[in-house]
Design a protein. Structure first.
Length: 393
């Protein structure tokens, strides 16, 4: 059995952040394809101890320290495990693996373009709000920081492509990475284990807004929802006949004006039982009007067989989206209201959309599906072949 060591600063568990879920899914897909997968976790000892019992992977902690100290630890781990391939995500992991790139076939997986994340974060910057008179200067400094990250990430993608394979999981990010790095970036969408369809739908008329409240994607989505969608929603019949539930761990940005819990809306925050929320959900609402990243929350709802209403930006990031089959796409705030009414009134449509999402998950995003295995095996084989060819030169 071929050995793969996965380098990540995300702990591989199917909970917490999207990064942790993504790391677990990538590892699980490699495992399902027949590889012996272990993780080198570049995080804190506290986080490692907190989460180590929640993962079914062998996870080795790379202690905190300087870059060189971590490289020394990596050298010992690689000598101990003797992997046939090293998989790195996100790009920051290259700092610790780069000295060993000539010794092991490798795949680097890029996440959301961090320079774009930095630019998007500026909208919710507390300093920019507090020192409004310095906002133009703060924006310039923010762009300088973003450009620095862009140059570094592009360099990593170029360097990794010399002996290995550079890839990204966000379909909407591929051209961006290719343009800025000049490297051949391959697409490999995320895959996830099947945690099972929800056991039942209780019949509650509840719509679910789900997401980690600290991420920029969720913040943009909630900003859009409360500014554009909720004012129309609360004036419609939906307020009397249903309830929107905002569920997610993390701290909300103070710049997003969240209304008090009221008729038609409830701010839940962290939910003790997400399964209960899923069973009570008539449909999930995804409102992330920025075209970066991968919509893990959509895949999670598809896995559960929950109908999804999503914005068009989210739809562009998932090639498997089919309006009317596995979701309903809303191009503006009014269409969110229209689609919600449709699903509220039409049980057959709800069942059809939920079933389409579940089928899409099983065929395209399940880590044990032939489709998922094929795209991951392609990267592994490409990395091994390229490494062998370069070794002969």
């Amino acid at each position: 059995m071929n050995k793969v060591v996965f380098f990540s600063n995300f702990f591989p568990v199917m909970s917490y952040s999207g990064g942790s879920i993504g790391a677990y899914g990538m590892g699980d897909c490699l495992r399902s394809a027949g590889f012996d997968v272990s993780f080198a976790f570049f995080g804190t000892k506290e986080e490692y101890e907190k989460k180590r019992n929640n993962s079914d992977f062998s996870v080795f902690l790379i202690d905190e320290g300087s870059v060189q100290e971590r490289r020394d630890h990596v050298a010992k781990l690689l000598e101990k495990l003797k992997p046939d391939l090293v998989w790195l995500h996100p790009l920051d992991m290259w700092d610790y693996f780069q000295p060993f790139a000539g010794l092991y076939p490798h795949v680097v997986m890029a996440g959301d373009p961090m320079d774009r994340i930095i630019r998007f974060r500026f909208k919710f910057s507390s300093d920019a709000a507090k020192y409004w008179f310095l906002r133009p200067i703060l924006r310039i400094l923010n762009n300088i920081s973003a450009n620095k990250v862009l140059r570094k990430d592009s360099q990593v993608l170029r360097e990794a492509s010399v002996l290995g394979i550079s890839s990204a999981y966000g379909p909407g990010d591929i051209q961006y990475h290719r343009h800025n790095s000049g490297a051949d970036i391959q697409l490999c969408e995320l895959a996830f284990p099947d945690l099972g369809e929800r056991k039942s739908y209780t019949g509650e008329k509840k719509f679910l807004l789900l997401g980690n409240l600290t991420t920029i994607h969720t913040r943009y989505g909630l900003d859009y929802f409360f500014k554009d969608i909720w004012p129309l929603w609360r004036k419609s019949i939906l307020t009397n006949e249903s309830e929107i539930r905002l569920v997610g761990a993390g701290k909300m940005s103070g710049r997003i004006k969240v209304p008090e819990s009221q008729k038609g809306f409830r701010f839940v925050g962290f939910a003790e039982s997400l399964e209960k929320e899923f069973e009570d959900t008539l449909a999930a609402i995804v409102t992330v009007p920025i075209d970066i990243g991968f919509r893990t929350r959509v895949i999670e709802c598809w896995m559960k067989g929950i109908p999804v209403i999503m914005d068009s930006s989210s739809a562009r990031g998932l090639p498997s989206v089919k309006d009317g089959y596995n979701c309903l796409i809303a191009k503006n705030a009014r269409e969110f209201i229209q689609h919600a009414k449709q699903l509220l009134e039409d049980e057959a449509l709800r069942s059809s959309i939920g079933k389409g999402g579940r089928e899409t998950f099983l065929s395209v995003y399940h880590s044990f599906s032939p489709t998922s295995a094929k795209r991951y095996l392609h990267l592994v084989n490409s990395a091994k072949n390229k490494f062998q060819i370069k070794a002969k030169d």
